[in-house]
Design a protein around this ligand. Sequence first.
Ligand code: HEM
Ligand code: HEM
Length: 194
Amino acid sequence: MPNDPSGWGRGLRRLHWWTAGLVFVTFPLGWLMVAVPLRELLLKFLLYQLHKTIGLIVFGLALYRLGIRARVTRPDWDPHLPEWQRRAASSMHAMLYALLIAVPVLGYLSAALAPARVPTLFLGLIPIPHLLSPDARWFAVIRPVHRWGAVLLMGAAAAHAGAALEHHWRGRSVLRRMWGSEAESPVRPPSTRR
Ligand code: HEM
Ligand code: HEM
């Protein structure tokens, strides 16, 4: 799914918007499932499984997308973007990718270390083995790191979306090229990395 110099390829655009949508669902789900009282045990259990399933899908999509990005160039930068903004955007994108990997890994570690021993069932059916044993002390360390990593991911995504919208309102093509309203990208053989 190569990109064209003038726009993101269709596959990478879909991956971008699916990932964004799923992250925006996973985050509130995390707070909700923790807040549901223990007397609503079945609901709590189902919300945990949904949260973990979507979080694992986000992780898989991020790995897949990074695999593609390792092989294809990004589109050319909008010519009106000054050099410092290109550098800032690149750093933000790298941070978003890092968080898309780190937050689900920390979530998995929270699930494995939790003394409550709740299994992780992908799609509510497929057991994902916990490679670490429950440990209350490590859980107390990892749980807040997962939580604050998720908060950082949302904050970074909000700043990133704000920047994209700001460019859009100034008439730049940045958002249109990710949204796909520019001309469909023709196929181009993978070339050297950016
Ligand atoms: C992008 C992906 C993810 C986001 C944005 C996210 C976000 C959150 C948030 C906001 C909370 C509530 C924080 C708290 O009250 O402590 C939470 C809790 C939790 N998450 Fe995630 N999460 C993600 C992925 C995952 C994954 C993949 C797993 C496991 C496979 C997971 C397992 C957990 C567990 C077990 C808790 C509850 C810890 C506890 O019982 O207090 N998360 N997550
Ligand atoms: C959780 C939410 C989001 C995440 C994790 C995320 C992540 C990313 C990443 C990693 C890239 C870089 C792509 C690459 O170099 O391969 C990117 C590009 C982009 N994102 Fe997002 N994004 C999110 C939400 C949004 C939202 C809500 C908007 C718009 C309102 C947006 C607009 C864009 C645009 C326009 C680009 C292309 C930038 C360019 O061409 O330099 N993103 N996003």
